[in-house]
Ligand binder design. Structure first.
Ligand code: C2E
Ligand code: MG
Ligand code: MG
Ligand code: MG
Length: 291
């Protein structure tokens, strides 16, 4: 019986492995096609200043609509893109599309930043800074309005290549943000080694801000670290007014989350920007922020 059980377990796992491999192949082929047939698009999620209420930037997030399977999330296809090397092409497309979109908003009078997620694979590529410089020049976008979002693992991977690439990127004048801050390696040494501009507090801390005092304490500490290093701090994943309240109390600079807006197509962002800048102008008049 034990043998029988062992064989069943083996068959179960090998079936699972096969399924996983097939899934990956399906996604990889699909992604290759999606890149050439323009099945990919970008959504943009507003980032709001907690002081003025104004939209100060947006983050570009990749979307894939598959003709038969519907939406496939980036959490599924980005890892496949990374493993297959397609991330280089995908990343270049995201960067270009995002910069071109941002300059359109600037021309309409909305001087917002554009956040672009960068994979560790892209950062390890010595030609990446050249790509960024070329893309900015082509779009006519001031580098100061491009914010590259890296995760902690990008900076911890001892690779000297990444360090050189990062230095070059900084010298172009682009901004660097640390995404999902607090969830990666616990070493903070890279904060002094690399000139980063902004910390993005991970959603997992914000989600527990009201239910767990330790989550609130961590958020408070991250904001303190950021500010003492002269960095701006943004919190991700704000869904309620109460979460916002706590962040305002701890002097977090900016916020991003469903509470303000979900990621949306460019045309909807434009409407949002227009409405929001009108109301922000009214809201802040006469309001004195306590010191
Ligand atoms: P991320 O960069 O940390 O992006 C934030 C994620 O949180 C997005 O998920 C966003 O839709 C979601 N989010 C924002 N506000 C809320 C909220 O209030 N509640 C909840 N529950 N979720 C919220 P999304 O778009 O599914 O992206 C997932 C991840 O995929 C991103 O995490 C990023 O790591 C990666 N990704 C997306 N687009 C790209 C890309 O163009 N390039 C690379 N390399 N990675 C990307
Ligand atoms: Mg991000
Ligand atoms: Mg994040
Ligand atoms: Mg993430």
């Amino acid at each position: 019986a034990a043998k029988e059980k062992g064989r069943n377990a083996f068959e179960f796992f090998s079936r699972q492995l096969k399924q996983k491999a097939q899934d990956r192949i399906f996604l990889e082929e699909g992604l290759r096609q999606a890149l050439s047939q323009q099945e990919l698009s970008l959504h943009y999620q507003p980032q709001v200043s907690l002081e003025s209420g104004e939209v100060v930037g947006v983050e570009a997030l990749a979307r894939w609509f598959h003709a038969e399977r519907g939406n496939i999330g980036p959490d599924r296809f980005i890892p496949v893109a990374e493993q297959s090397g397609l991330i280089r092409e995908l990343g270049a497309w995201v960067l270009r599309t995002a910069c071109l979109q941002c300059i359109k908003w600037h021309r309409l009078g909305h001087r917002i930043t554009i956040g672009v997620n960068v994979s560790i694979i892209q950062l390890a590529d010595p030609s990446f800074p050249t790509l960024v410089a070329k893309t900015l020049a082509e779009a006519g976008l001031d580098p100061a309005y491009l914010e590259l979002e890296l995760t902690e693992s990008c900076l911890m991977g001892n690779t000297t290549d990444s360090a050189a690439v990062l230095k070059e990127l900084k010298s172009l004048g682009v901004k660097i943000a640390i995404d999902d801050f607090g969830t990666g390696y616990s070493s903070l040494s890279y904060l002094k080694d690399f000139a980063v501009d902004r910390l993005k507090i991970d959603r997992s801390f914000v989600r527990e801000i009201t239910s767990r005092s330790d989550a609130a304490a961590i958020i408070k500490a991250i904001i303190a670290i950021g500010h003492s290093l002269g960095l701006r701090v943004i919190a991700e994943g704000i869904e309620t007014a109460h979460e916002e309240e706590v962040l305002v109390r701890h002097r977090c600079d900016d916020a991003q989350g469903y509470f303000y807006a979900k990621p949306m197509p460019a045309a909807e962002v434009e409407r949002f920007l227009t409405e929001r800048s009108a109301t922000a102008a009214i809201d802040t008049s006469g309001i004195v922020f306590p010191q």
